[in-house]
Design a binder for this molecule. Sequence first.
Ligand code: SAM
Ligand code: SF4
Length: 361
Amino acid sequence: MNAVGAASSGLLIDSHGRVLRDLRVSITDRCNFRCLYCLPETEEAADFYRNRFVPPTKDSAGSTPIQREWKPESKILTYEEIARVVRIFAELGIRKLRLTGGEPLLRREVEKLVGLVSAVPGIDDLALTTNGFLFGKKAQALKAAGLKRISFSMDSLDPENFKRMTGRAGLDEVLAGIRLAQEIGLNPVKVNAVVIRGLNDHEIEALAEFARQHDLSFRFIEFMPLDSKRSWQRDLVVPSREILQRLQARFQLVPVVSDNKSETARRWRFADGRGEIGLIAPVSEPFCGHCNRIRLTADGQIRTCLFSLHEHDLRIRLRSGESDEAVKDFIREVVGHKEDRHHIGEPEFVQPERTMSCIGG
Ligand code: SAM
Ligand code: SF4
């Protein structure tokens, strides 16, 4: 459908002609990990960045740590509120829903929420992103509630490095979680790794080999300036094309052609095995032109871009008794202001006040 057709059919269409189909809902801002690229609040993280500190340059995201505070429970949307919002978005043409966080499995009886949103007409793709640590305890209940797909985050296969990167000695739990997800049929299971130069870039080939052996869809993600200490530096980003060159030197890779222009990952499958790899390059090769995403934070703020500097308060509207139609009008207006692109690497770039753990990846 072209942009004009989409607008007349009541779909969400922004001022750049992009039709929004993908909603990401962060259901908590809390987390049981302290990933070095997200919440770098451990001694290991401090050591890593201390040794690499370079004076801020134009490309730096700024060096003042973000004053992060957990939102009180009273400000966090209830499951009923989230389900209502999802239904309203579905009526506006959203088809993909991803539950994320913080760590979504920390939210009490998360399977109840999965049950509520999986029953919303129109949502034909329901996924969840997790660090995997608690997945073993929740797997069956999530599947029974209607979860279709799951993405794990796992940046290292070395227990020591895993702990350094996440602040938690939890590699075994995450590996068991990945196996279990495959066993109960949440396939294809996706695994994400953020690659940081000097930290886990020596593991790129081993991670890809793991994907090949275990039939996983493995995504290598470029480090983005969204961490709580504003420690991001461009030199720490390993560009996707460098990762691809290294993988092509080691494996025979066949491009996976997709006609979904909004897909963020460029994908390859292994010619001689199962599984595939994907490269997500928001820093070196931005894909904003085809972005069809919109985000809702755990405290009910709409964000039209990961790097938005402004949020739009939906919670206040939900809690002041506004009708579905009034909420839809508000969402349409907000979507009209969706940013054309992010400005990482440009002199005017400003890192958002909220971290990835609050926004939801
Ligand atoms: N806690 C869950 C997890 O880690 O999978 C879900 C939330 S986490 C914010 C979602 C995704 O964002 C994860 O795959 C994580 O690796 C990614 N992420 C977090 N900070 C990032 C950063 N600074 N740059 C790139 N990706 C990041
Ligand atoms: Fe790591 Fe996800 Fe927690 Fe951020 S929200 S610290 S990426 S586990």
